[in-house]
Design a protein around this ligand. Structure first.
Ligand code: MLT
Length: 264
C-alpha cells in the first residue's frame, strides 16, 4: 500500500528531489535546502518509518519507496524532477530510474553504489533487523554504524556534525531500521540501469567514504554515459552533511549547467 511521505519542502522553481541516507531522515538536507531554495523547489521526503513518515507494512523493497516518491510527485502535479539520493537514497533513486525513468530529467548519486549486497553484507543487514526489533530500538547502530558513517576528518574536527548525526542515528525507529535493512538487502544490481541512463548525471563521493568508497563512485560514473564525478576531500560517507559547502558547490554547478540544459 502506498505511504504518503512527510516532505520538507522549500523554494520555487524546477523540482529537485533529495532522498536521504540510512538511518537518517530528510532533515539531513538542511544545508542543501538553504543553498538551493532561492532557485529551485526542493522536495525532501522522509522514507517510510523515518522522520515524519508512517511505516509501510508491505514486503520490504526499495521499489515501494520509489513508488511512494512517484506518488508524492503526482500529488504535487510535478511531472519531472532532478532526482538526487545519498547512499540508501541513491539506491532508491536507482529503483526509481527502473520504474519511472521518464520522470527523471537529471540525476545525482552521492556516496552510493550500484552493486547488490554480497551474501555476507545481506546477512549482516538481516541480523541487524532482527536485533533492533528484539531490542525495540536502534541504539546499537550508534556503535555499529556511526564511526563508518562519518569520515576521519569529521570525527576529529567537526564535533557539531558528529553530534547532529549521532542524534539522528539514535532516534531512528526500530521498525523503520529493520524494514529498510531488509529492503536494502533485497535490492538488485543496478549497473544495467545506469548504462541505460540518458539524462545528465552527477556522481559525488567523499574521499574518506569507507561505506561507498571512491572506487564505487568511479564505477557508477563509468557506467553512466557522460557522467560527471566530483570527489570531496576531507569528507566521509555523508558528504552533504560533512562538507555542505563543497557538496552544494558541486550540486549548484551541475544544476546550473548540464541539468539546466535538460529543462523541460
Ligand atoms: C546509508 O548511508 O544510507 C547506508 O550506509 C546505506 C547502506 O547501508 O548500504
Amino acid at each position: 500500500m502506498r505511504v504518503d511521505p512527510y516532505v520538507i519542502e522549500s523554494g520555487r522553481g524546477p523540482a529537485v528531489v533529495l532522498l536521504h541516507a540510512f538511518p537518517l531522515n530528510a532533515s539531513m538536507w538542511a544545508a542543501q535546502r538553504e543553498a538551493l531554495a532561492g532557485d529551485y523547489r526542493v522536495l525532501c521526503p522522509d522514507q517510510r518509518g523515518f522522520g515524519g513518515t508512517q511505516s509501510g507494512h508491505d514486503d520490504p523493497s526499495l521499489d515501494e519507496v520509489a513508488d511512494d516518491v512517484a506518488a508524492m510527485l503526482d500529488a504535487r502535479k510535478v511531472d519531472t524532477c532532478v532526482l538526487g539520493g545519498l547512499s540508501m537514497g541513491g539506491y532508491v533513486a536507482m529503483a526509481f530510474l527502473r520504474r519511472h525513468p521518464e520522470r527523471v530529467r537529471a540525476l545525482v548519486l552521492a556516496d552510493t553504489k550500484a552493486g547488490a549486497d554480497t551474501p555476507e553484507a545481506a546477512a549482516n543487514r538481516l541480523r541487524i533487523a532482527e536485533e533492533v526489533l528484539a531490542a525495540g530500538d536502534a541504539k546499537q547502530l550508534v556503535e555499529e554504524m556511526l564511526p563508518s558513517l562519518l569520515g576521519e576528518t569529521t570525527r576529529e574536527r567537526r564535533a557539531l556534525v558528529t553530534g547532529r548525526v549521532k542524534a539522528l542515528v539514535e532516534r531512528a525507529p526500530a521498525y523503520a531500521v529493520a524494514w529498510a535493512q531488509r529492503a536494502m538487502a533485497a535490492r538488485p544490481d543496478s549497473f544495467d540501469t545506469l548504462r541505460a541512463v540518458t539524462v545528465p548525471t552527477l556522481v559525488v563521493v567523499g574521499e574518506e567514504d569507507t561505506l561507498a568508497p571512491p572506487a564505487d563512485a568511479r564505477a557508477m560514473a563509468d557506467a553512466v554515459p557522460g557522467a560527471r564525478l566530483v570527489t570531496i576531500p576531507g569528507s566521509g560517507h555523508l558528504t552533504a552533511v560533512e562538507a555542505p559547502e563543497e557538496f552544494n558547490a558541486a550540486l549548484a554547478a551541475f544544476l546550473a549547467g548540464p541539468a539546466a540544459a535538460s529543462s523541460p
